[in-house]
Design a protein around this ligand. Structure first.
Ligand SMILES: *[C@@H]1O[C@H](CO)[C@@H](O)[C@H](O)[C@H]1NC(C)=O
Ligand SMILES: *[C@@H]1O[C@H](CO)[C@@H](O)[C@H](O)[C@H]1NC(C)=O
Ligand SMILES: *[C@@H]1O[C@H](CO)[C@@H](O)[C@H](O)[C@H]1NC(C)=O
Ligand SMILES: *[C@@H]1O[C@H](CO)[C@@H](O)[C@H](O)[C@H]1NC(C)=O
Ligand SMILES: *[C@@H]1O[C@H](CO)[C@@H](O)[C@H](O)[C@H]1NC(C)=O
Ligand SMILES: *[C@@H]1O[C@H](CO)[C@@H](O)[C@H](O)[C@H]1NC(C)=O
Ligand SMILES: *[C@@H]1O[C@H](CO)[C@@H](O)[C@H](O)[C@H]1NC(C)=O
Ligand SMILES: *[C@@H]1O[C@H](CO)[C@@H](O)[C@H](O)[C@H]1NC(C)=O
Length: 388
């Protein structure tokens, strides 16, 4: 009985902690497109979302000068700022043309580059990348649209193979969960980035795609992917894993940048459950920092000595429909600092558990009260003495 009560109490506490959102974990957002530029730059936009906390600031920078790149810089100063030397920045040949000031306030920095889209002909439906690889689409070579802003989110698209490749970034002022699958949990310390491949003309009926990602770390390289078990909650049905790309260097790397995703892509813009298709990733392998800086204007401009790793995310497993079936794929990741948000049981599941466990408990207690009252009444009755 005591154990049941304790469990019930824990559930109630969990339920309330899941529902309440702490005020300490919110940030004040401000959005600026091409900060300090006199005219819209040629060759791609630079978005700066400043997320100011109590005594720290996160700077989210998204840039399409070259391959689309997200840079996240964490400072321990709530008044740190970004400054851009535009002529040098646009030459894409000078490191230090984008700075976060004061430089001494920088706690961590990490960039994620969407470098290439690869396509292969999966003749035998094995989803193994074979020699039947078509020439890759170099995303630095795509001409990207101007950024379309909406609040603290931005979208850019590029024409690829008769269709479009789009990147959508959302930055958040507090904890929450996106409406769209995979409904990742985010905090004010993480942004969400979604990539989709819409209406591309595949070069074979059995084409499948891979997305090559490159990560550049300031102090700590993102050199390892950890795959954790995830509970199967109502938010991402049928997906039991979550992958986290982070730095394995040492304990002081806690608080550094991470990239997190659930190994799933969707084959429709507004997906149903059967539109989910599993993804896999290759092991991160070291890259020449110089090669990454060559394709990303933002990496070139911010990092002085970069350590880079790259991996491929491949969409679809053996036997799964090919790209041509819907001509659409979307994939979503979180990019943030510190501890990655982790799913716990959702309020709904907790309520069901609480009700499920609580109802028998209430019946038990009511039963106890009833029996107790009966006994008392009975003893009262017997203790009545006739007045006479
Ligand atoms: C966000 O990061 C700040 C600074 O590192 C930390 O104090 C805060 O607890 C973090 N918030 C969440 C929700 O992780
Ligand atoms: C940030 O502010 C909180 C609350 O005001 C304080 O407890 C914490 O020590 C501060 N952190 C730093 C790094 O100054
Ligand atoms: C970049 O700078 C280096 C040295 O500063 C110079 O040799 C090179 O020609 C420049 N490249 C471009 C494309 O401007
Ligand atoms: C911010 O971090 C820098 C470098 O880690 C450190 O020198 C400085 O004292 C820190 N400032 C505060 C206010 O914590
Ligand atoms: C497909 O299977 C056939 C027969 O098993 C084999 O000869 C061929 O090499 C395979 N092709 C690829 C691309 O794996
Ligand atoms: C770059 O794009 C141009 C057209 O915009 C195309 O002709 C060229 O082949 C592309 N190069 C690579 C390496 O993809
Ligand atoms: C894609 O599928 C359609 C019909 O579903 C077919 O007509 C078309 O030829 C296929 N595309 C390729 C590249 O095979
Ligand atoms: C991604 O896959 C392609 C094709 O197999 C390969 O050439 C490339 O090196 C891979 N990229 C990384 C970063 O491993």
């Amino acid at each position: 009985m005591a154990a049941v009560l304790r469990l019930y109490g824990t559930l109630i506490v969990l339920l309330f902690s899941a529902v309440s959102v702490s005020d300490a974990s919110t940030r004040k957002l401000s959005v600026q497109l091409n900060p300090g530029a006199v005219a819209p730059p040629t060759g791609g936009d630079l978005l700066h979302v400043r997320a100011e906390g109590h005594n720290d600031t996160l700077h989210f920078l998204l840039c399409s000068q070259g391959a689309p790149t997200l840079l996240l810089v964490h400072t321990n100063d709530s008044s740190s700022s970004v400054s851009v030397n535009w002529p040098l920045f646009l030459s894409r040949n000078a490191s230090g043309s984008l700075q976060v000031e004061p430089a001494s306030s920088i706690l961590s920095s990490a960039a994620l580059v969407f470098s290439r889209l690869l396509e292969y002909n999966d003749i035998n439906n094995t989803a193994e990348v074979t020699s039947d690889l078509f020439s890759p689409y170099e995303l630095h070579n795509v001409s990207w649209s101007r950024m379309q802003l909406s609040g603290a989110s931005a979208r850019l698209c590029g024409a690829v193979a008769g269709g479009s490749v789009c990147v959508h970034l959302s930055v958040f002022e507090s904890e929450g969960r996106a409406e769209m699958w995979p409904r990742l949990l985010h905090t004010a310390n993480s942004s969400q980035i979604e990539v989709w491949l819409d209406s591309l003309s595949p070069r074979a009926a059995r084409s499948r795609f891979l997305l090559e990602l490159q990560a550049v770390g300031g102090a700590y390289a993102l050199n390892r992917v950890e795959v954790h078990r995830s509970i199967d909650d109502e938010f991402t049905p049928s997906i039991f894993k979550v992958s986290q790309w982070l730095s394995a260097d040492d304990d002081s790397s806690h608080g550094q940048g991470f990239v997190l995703w659930k190994p799933v892509a969707y084959r429709h813009l507004l997906p149903a459950l059967e539109d989910a298709t599993p993804c896999r990733h290759s092991d991160p392998r070291p890259l020449e920092g110089e090669a990454v800086a060559a394709v990303s204007g933002l990496v070139r401009a911010f990092f002085t000595k970069e350590e880079a790793y790259g991996l491929n995310v491949s969409f679809g497993l053996a036997g799964q429909p090919f790209y041509n079936s819907t001509k659409f794929l979307s994939w979503t990741a979180l990019v943030g600092v510190g501890l990655a948000p982790a799913d716990t049981f959702s309020p709904l599941v907790l309520t069901i558990m609480a009700v499920g466990l609580g109802t028998p408990l209430v019946i038990l207690m009511m039963g106890g009260v009833y029996v107790g009252t009966r006994r008392r009444l009975a003893s009262l009755a017997t203790s009545y003495e006739p007045i006479n």
